[in-house]
Design a protein around this ligand. Structure first.
Ligand SMILES: Cc1ncc(COP(=O)(O)O)c(C=O)c1O
Length: 423
């Protein structure tokens, strides 16, 4: 994004042009930024540990155009559900290019996962006999909760530690791999996903050490090789001015040093090091453009836009911060105002107090930054306010990559029993 003479450009396209072409609200992604983010991270990790691969956690932004960019860059897919496995298939990725990391799976999920032939990553030891009842995965991994996690929004997305719903307790790990080995499984991996949006390089080395000590011991005792060890996602991006950028080179160096040391200590046969980030690739590549529809001056001044908690759930869900720009007015005098969407919920009043240009008026365009990850993917229909469109930008070109929902989509799949259709 660039601001030239107060006008906001995404890629090399004026925000006004995007809003005129596609309406508002719209999610807009910069292709070049996604590629740049991926390459920066891949260069760092592969420099310090050559047998390295990223899988993209498609949950963060499941548009197939975006997933294809990351596939072209070399990423596999981390799938949280059967439908995400199908999304991976749709872009030509399957087998060991996809890892299925669902949790609390149904028997139907297990069957579909086995049929798809992707890597199975089990979130609990109790799943193993249920999987084995239906088939034997070619390669099996367990998601381990190493007892510690962290996030930038407190417990909301802290995915490990005693309060998290994810992963095996360290004390269950030996037994889990033992049972799998006894069942005739010969190829193994290991996985964790302890934290979210971390900008401290040392954190990544710390959790690597935690995981490696747990699985190193199990590997030695059971004489199994881990073909891959996946450290999850969690590579952070700064959302506010107070947050710094993650020093990705430093994080990669520390992780790779710890990883290599532990591989040697536990005599592991050179496993592939894997990570499955999402936010780091797509977070700052995505913007949400909305329009100011009305301004209220009652108890306080509130700017009413078409961006609500249904379009961008994170602020209402986690209290997370997103910077907001106003097209054409960025250099103007500011005042503290509130900003909200159009839903009949007060949690939709998602900005309570923010310095925005004092001249903000009906018809102005607002641009929300860092909306590429967990933005559209978490949007929903409520109050008949439907999901926005998605647009991809590359330099001066732009393409609609998902059309805006309309009434047809709102009632899609709905049927009314005959007796209710009569007078
Ligand atoms: C299992 C798993 N892997 C990877 C990710 C991606 O995390 P991030 O966007 O923080 O990199 C998530 C996010 O929730 C996840 O649940």
């Amino acid at each position: 994004m660039e601001i030239i003479d107060d006008n906001i450009y995404i890629g090399n396209v004026e925000t006004k042009e995007l809003a005129e072409n596609y309406g508002t609200p719209i999610y807009v992604y910069e292709e070049d930024t996604i590629r740049k983010n991926y390459r920066k991270a891949f260069k760092a990790f592969s420099k310090y540990y050559s047998n390295f691969r990223f899988f993209y956690a498609i949950k963060a932004c499941n548009n197939l155009a975006i997933a294809n960019i990351l596939r072209q860059e070399g990423a596999g897919i981390d799938a949280a559900s059967v439908n995400e496995i199908l999304a991976a298939k749709k872009i030509g990725l399957g087998g060991e290019d996809v890892m299925f990391s669902g949790n609390f799976l149904s028997d139907a999920d297990i069957k579909a996962g086995l049929d798809s032939g992707v890597i199975f990553n089990l979130d609990d030891i109790s799943l193993l006999p249920r999987v084995l009842k239906q088939g034997k995965p070619e390669i099996l991994s367990f998601r381990i909760n190493p007892g510690y996690g962290r996030s930038n929004v407190g417990e909301f997305v802290t995915n490990a530690g005693p309060n998290a719903k994810f992963g095996l307790h360290p004390d269950q790990v030996l037994d889990a791999y033992k049972q799998a080995k006894e069942a005739g499984i010969t190829r193994f991996g290991a996985h964790m996903m302890p934290g979210s949006c971390i900008i401290d390089p040392e954190y990544f080395a710390f959790i690597t050490e935690l995981l490696m000590d747990i699985i190193g011991k199990a590997g030695q005792e059971l004489k199994i090789n881990f073909e891959f060890i996946d450290l999850g996602g969690g590579l952070g991006i700064p959302y506010s001015d107070e947050e710094e950028e993650l020093d990705i080179d430093e994080a990669a160096k520390r992780v790779a040093n710890t990883f290599s040391k532990k591989v040697e200590e536990y005599n592991l046969a050179s496993p592939r090091l894997m990570m499955e980030p999402a936010r780091y690739f797509v977070g700052n590549a995505g913007y949400l453009i909305g329009k100011v529809h009305s301004i209220k001056n009652a108890y306080k001044k509130i700017i009413g836009t078409d961006i609500g908690m249904n379009t961008l759930a994170r602020p209402a869900m986690y209290g997370s911060y997103h910077h907001i720009f106003v097209d054409g007015k960025e250099s103007e005098k500011r005042e503290k105002v509130g900003l909200c969407g159009q839903l009949c919920e007060n949690t939709d009043f998602w900005v309570k107090d923010r310095e925005l240009p004092a001249s903000i008026a009906e018809g102005d365009l607002v641009v929300v930054e860092n909306a590429g990850a967990y933005g559209y993917a978490m949007s929903y229909q409520y109050n008949g306010r439907l999901r926005p469109a998605e647009v991809l930008v590359k330099d001066k070109e732009h393409w609609l990559i998902r059309k805006r929902e309309g009434f047809k989509e709102m009632i899609l799949g709905v049927s009314v029993p005959e007796h209710l259709d009569k007078k």
